[in-house]
Design a protein around this ligand. Structure first.
Ligand code: GDG
Length: 489
């Protein structure tokens, strides 16, 4: 069983905690099973909200019919961990706690984002390991368990999300939780040859054995996890792919995160004639618009993408003055040094391309380093001839799916997609590229810009068919139906 709680009892007390009070009957109904989702951040619906991500919407939709609760961090650090707050919106209870500042730093900027994030994205050169940060990571997971436990009802199913909370299942079990507990990993899972570079690799794998079902984005990720279980812990799945450990069965499934393509298509159609998209279209004129949009993150391959675009201008001079590349970059994780370095590198690359190729009436790269509203983004996707989505490694990549959903069926754009995005497993009718190969990216851009309307339509229809087969409700249902409704003693 997981060693996390057993090995860190002293540390668990470091984040001073106020245990949660018992369930408030005014908010919680007294009986019946619920779905309890847990993630690092809780996406509380806000009035007039335009920024909600697809995943937040998907989880809320899964919670509504199950009279669910979403538990996680409030977004605030404080002098001590605690301050449980609960609000109910549309039948869903949102329960949050503040986290003690120092513990949060080691947990979030430290072990989660400077150790696990690069590790899971195959970036060992960027990974650092600091034992103190790993202790903070476990400490915060213990605090989550401590505050969540009194809120759980006997019949609840618990669904934990993502790499920040891997030890949470074990921390709940150590406190006597007998609930079915599932875990979904939103990012890739590397094979043992990579994973074993992290000093606590075995411990993290042991933590995963506390769950009843583990969901991953792609078949490659499932293979990576099974490889790690086999070589790291000596555990082999049975013929049905089930891992048996200490009398418990752990099932592993591939559940690619979807988008609501119908809803996104409607949003894009509406936004296309909105003020912002019209301004964009007027400013671009007859030029072909190439677009990318994401959080500023080294996994998203942004410098490589700019090099690909520079290679297009260098090797296909006929496109000079005729294309515009718009990159939206929502700033994230500014406290992690690697992210600040990335920003500097991008500033310099964008400046260089504009300096080398720009003309007095043409700026090749439009580089906007701040988030824009979700509906504006949808309109911009629809106005782009090419969606340029080239992460070096990505669990799924919802931008690729959103770009497809946003297109005009009568005049669709072309998706140029990294083969290292989880989305490439289903979106194989896109132009798939290796983002490290600038010349290949330039060739794909050239092909996309010159593609006939018939081919664009045919590829888009294939891609859209795939997206129409998936839905946020179906995704949650697929995972939860594979999570037992009760587990043995
Ligand atoms: C993790 C995994 C996995 C981007 N720029 C703006 C903006 N966005 C939105 C996009 C999209 C979301 O952010 C990004 O989702 P991704 O899936 O592309 O990437 P991560 O944030 O890294 O998400 C990933 C995902 O979890 C789900 O499992 O696919 O692999 O890394 O929805 O539209 N939204 C707004 N303004 C922007 O400027 N409003």
């Amino acid at each position: 069983m997981a060693s996390s709680t057993a090995s860190t009892p002293a540390k668990a007390t470091r984040a001073k905690r106020k245990p949660a009070t018992s369930a408030d009957p005014a908010i919680f109904e007294p009986n019946g099973s619920r779905l309890v989702a847990v993630s690092n951040r809780v996406a509380l619906p806000r009035k007039g909200e335009t920024q909600a991500g697809g995943l937040a919407v998907a989880l809320r939709e899964a919670l509504k019919p199950r009279r669910g609760m979403w538990f996680g961090w409030s977004g605030h650090t404080a002098a001590e961990t605690g301050n449980l707050k609960r609000v109910q919106r549309d039948g869903v209870v949102y329960a949050t706690i503040d986290i003690e500042e120092k513990a949060y730093k080691g947990f979030y900027a430290g072990f989660s984002n400077a150790t696990l994030w690069p590790l899971f994205h195959f970036r060992l050169g960027l990974m650092r390991y600091d034992r103190k940060e790993s202790e903070r990571y476990r400490e915060v997971n213990e605090a989550y368990a401590e505050h969540l436990m009194p809120l759980l009802r006997k019949e609840d199913q618990v669904w934990v999300h993502d790499y920040q909370l891997i030890p949470l299942g074990a921390a709940l079990r150590a406190r006597g939780a007998k609930h079915p507990v599932g875990f979904f990993l939103h990012i890739p899972f590397p094979p043992w040859a990579v994973f074993s570079a992290m000093p606590e690799a075995e411990k993290i794998l042991e933590d995963m054995l506390a769950y009843d079902r583990i969901g991953l984005q792609t078949s490659h990720d499932r293979d990576g996890l099974l490889d790690c279980f086999r070589h790291g812990l000596g555990l082999k799945p049975d013929r049905r792919g089930v891992i048996h450990h200490e009398g418990r069965a752990i099932t592993i499934g591939v559940h690619p995160v979807p988008i609501d393509s119908e809803e996104f298509a409607r949003t894009a159609q509406k936004a296309f004639n909105g003020v912002d998209t019209q301004r964009l279209r007027e400013s671009v004129g007859d030029r072909a618009l190439i677009m990318g949009a994401e959080r500023l993150d080294y996994t998203k391959g942004l410098p490589e993408r700019l090099r690909g675009f520079a290679s297009l201008l260098a090797n296909y001079p006929q496109h000079r003055g005729k294309v515009t590349f718009l990159q939206i970059g929502a700033r994230s994780r500014g406290e992690v040094a690697t992210y600040a370095e990335l920003k500097r590198e991008l500033d310099s690359l964008a400046g260089r391309i504009n300096g080398d190729y720009g003309q007095f009436d043409w700026t090749p790269v439009r580089y906007v380093m701040r988030a824009i509203p979700r509906d504006t983004l949808a309109g911009f996707y629809r106005a782009s001839r090419v969606g340029f989505v080239t992460p070096l490694r990505d669990g799924m990549n919802l931008v690729a799916k959103e770009y497809i959903a946003a297109q005009d069926p009568e005049d669709p754009g072309v998706l140029v997609l990294s083969k290292f995005a989880g989305a490439a497993e289903v979106l194989d009718a896109a132009l798939l590229v290796n983002p490290l190969d600038a010349e290949a990216m330039a060739a794909a851009l050239d092909q996309a810009i010159n593609m006939s309307l018939d081919e664009r339509k045919a590829r888009w229809r294939q891609l859209m068919n795939r997206l129409e087969q998936e839905s946020p409700g179906g995704w949650a249902e697929g995972f939860l139906s594979a999570l037992p409704s009760e587990v043995g003693p």
